[in-house]
Design a protein around this ligand. Structure first.
Ligand code: K7E
Ligand code: CUA
Length: 634
């Protein structure tokens, strides 16, 4: 056993001793703590989740931030929140959305709704390079796991309204897939009355191409579909590599109260999309330009899509580690269905169809399913663990079911608090899920924590899956709102701690304080700025009212953890510049006066002294007018 391991056991033993004492206490302990369950269970859970000060967690969990537009990073098994990666939303904590580059990347948006993070894969295994994540506003982002920063936001993608079924990457990160939740007339901006929904409104499936070297995303192709509400997706792997699966609800093409109109049929669909055929067809010049993109019509490309009927309004679809089974969960049912990919292929070959939807063949349910697994009520999502076990979240039952692929036997069930949406298994979306944990991403948490008033947090519960019976280990409370998360072994991620000086190719990088200072061209002023403990150079800058001023700030530290901020009062800007990094911030100096700038990120004993002044000289004759105008700065 390692020293760290020994320390952990010793501390856990101490925790056990303490808990045993509390367990004997006759009345409710002070502070409102519940009497613990069997003390030994609590002690085991404490031991399994306790990461001693200075010790490191075993896994990273990247949890979607839902409508906060961010990604939250946790360490497992401690469930400690280690950091927030801002993606679709400005975040003053890291200065994201305040410097020129990230402001431009965010575009006109101040929010995003991010549901499904997807780690990049090589041969179906997480490779620790990138994390992709969707935004309902038709966008998808790439985070670089070398520095945990958002590097690219692609979109809004033409023709897509409500990018929910995204971002799911293929086994060698060839694509991040997208699908539209809301069908609308396309291209966006086209008018059609709601009465024409069934015929004039369209869904869209998109392949976002990923450069295997740089991770750079570009628009690959689109496929137009009937106006179903596409929901979730997963890429085929192993035997089903080359295919992509998307669930939908509202195959009824209903409008109005969807809870009624879209719940009439016994079955909706999982679409099986041959993405290699899509790629090939586009290369051959097929498709029609819609909204500036080439869009394939399944009627004109036979074999592109097939529809697999799946129980009432399915939500999640998840492909087993070997790619053999496609697990689809009808959220209004008590079973989850395992479809057999081989049978799907046979049915396609035999034209075993029961009809079509706008020219897309519908396969016969009985011919393609292997089993209906009686997991419990309201199955949403399935994840995979070691030894061929699958774990399905049950929203209505508020539980997680454990069952066996192939024998379809439900072997265990554990209640969660409360109403689980997604669940995430460690390494659970790879070809070799060998993780020790499942995290239940719950929608409700009432009564499990100190009250915060009406805005209740969500909860994420850590569950041990190393033994036959699942065991609840820990409750963590999260900011809004984790949908899906992905969990990767920590040693697969190799983050840097400073930006090496020799890699900084920014044209305005300044490494010598002697070169710092303003340079004017007409009414544009570029201020080369150096930040290093404990001075911002230059310490003052004078410009004229109406000038456009760019501060190009280089943090010349090469020491880990030495971040410096740049908050500019009166002009609503705050940057944080990491060691070795250069960032620019541009403002129109339309308000005269004196505006302090200062380091916002505590960096040294003389952090407080790290300050300076932007002095804006009023226009000649100035001026009430200038001041008024100035109030409208962006
Ligand atoms: Cu189930 Cu958006 Cu994947 Cu929420 S989604 S839970
Ligand atoms: Cu630099 Cu605080």
């Amino acid at each position: 056993m390692t020293l760290q391991g020994k320390r952990r056991v010793a501390i856990a033993a101490a925790a056990l001793a303490m808990i045993s004492v509390a367990g004997c206490a006759p009345s409710k302990p002070k502070g409102g703590r519940r009497a613990p369950a069997a003390a030994s269970d609590v002690a085991v859970a404490a031991q399994k989740t306790y990461v001693a000060p200075g010790d490191l967690d075993e896994y990273y969990m990247f949890s979607s931030g839902g409508h906060s537009g961010q990604v939250f990073v946790y360490g497992l098994p401690s469930m400690r929140h280690l950091g927030t990666i801002p993606v679709f939303t400005p975040y003053p904590g890291t200065g994201y959305g305040y410097d020129d580059d990230t402001r431009k990347m965010l575009g006109a948006y101040t929010w995003g709704d991010a549901h499904h993070p997807a780690l990049s894969e090589t041969k179906g295994d997480y490779d620790g390079r990138w994390l992709f994540i969707n935004d309902m506003n038709g966008r998808v982002a790439r985070i670089d796991l070398r520095d945990f920063k958002t590097k690219q936001i692609l979109g809004p993608i033409p023709n897509v309204s409500g990018n929910h079924g995204s971002s799911f990457v293929t086994p060698n990160t060839e694509y991040a897939m997208m699908s539209s939740r809301f069908s609308v007339p396309i291209p966006l901006g086209t008018y059609a009355p709601i009465e024409k929904y069934a015929t004039d409104y369209k869904g869209v499936v998109v392949g976002v191409k990923i450069d295997p070297k740089s991770g750079e995303m570009s628009l690959g192709w689109e496929i137009v579909t009937p106006p179903f509400d596409w929901d979730l997706g997963d890429a085929g792997k192993g035997v089903s590599d080359g295919w992509m699966f998307f669930t939908c609800y509202n195959s009824e093409r209903g409008t109005g109260k969807l809870e009624v109109t879209a719940s009439q049929r016994d079955r909706d669909y999982i679409a099986a999309v041959d993405w290699r055929l899509a790629e090939k067809s586009i290369a051959e010049g097929k498709g029609k330009m819609i909204g500036g993109v080439r869009v394939l019509d399944p009627r004109e490309v036979p074999g592109l899509i097939y529809l697999m009927p799946c129980g009432k309004s399915p939500h999640g679809v998840d492909v087993s580690p070997d790619g053999k089974w496609i697990i689809g969960s009808g959220k209004l049912q008590g079973v989850t269905t395992a479809f057999n990919f081989e049978k799907v292929q046979t049915a396609i070959r035999n034209k075993d169809f029961i009809g079509d939807e706008d020219g897309i063949p519908v396969l016969k349910y009985e011919s393609i399913k292997d089993a209906e697994v009686p997991v419990g009520l309201g199955p949403l999502h399935t994840q995979f663990g070691p030894d061929g076990f699958a774990y399905t979240s049950l929203f209505v039952d508020s539980a997680i079911a454990k069952w066996k692929l192939g024998t379809w036997e439900v072997v265990d069930k554990i209640p969660v608090s409360y109403s689980v949406g997604h669940l995430a298994a460690a390494e659970g979306d790879t070809v070799s899920p060998d993780g020790k944990y499942v995290v239940s991403l719950n929608k409700l948490s009432h009564g499990r924590h100190l009250s915060l008033g009406p805005s209740q947090p969500e909860s994420s519960q850590l569950i041990d899956i190393t033994e036959e019976k699942m065991k609840l280990l820990y409750d963590a409370f999260t900011e809004p709102e984790p949908h899906y998360a992905q969990i990767i072994k920590a040693d697969k991620v190799k983050p840097i701690e400073v930006y090496p000086k020799e890699e900084n190719k920014h044209p305005l990088a300044t490494w010598d304080v002697k070169e710092a200072g303003p340079k004017r061209e007409g009414d544009r002023v570029v201020v080369r700025t150096v930040v290093v403990r404990s001075t911002i150079t230059p310490t003052s800058v004078e410009v004229n009212q109406g000038d456009t001023v760019t501060f190009a700030i280089t943090n010349i530290e090469q020491t880990t953890d030495e971040l410096h901020g740049f908050g500019l009062l009166g002009y609503d800007r705050n940057l944080v510049v990491d060691p070795g990094e250069t960032k620019t911030v541009t403002i129109k100096a339309d308000k005269p006066g004196v505006f302090p700038y200062y380091c916002t990120n505590f960096c040294s004993a003389l952090h407080q002294e790290m300050q300076g002044y932007l002095i804006v000289k009023p226009r000649a004759g100035g001026d009430e007018k200038g001041r008024k105008h100035g109030e409208e700065h962006d």
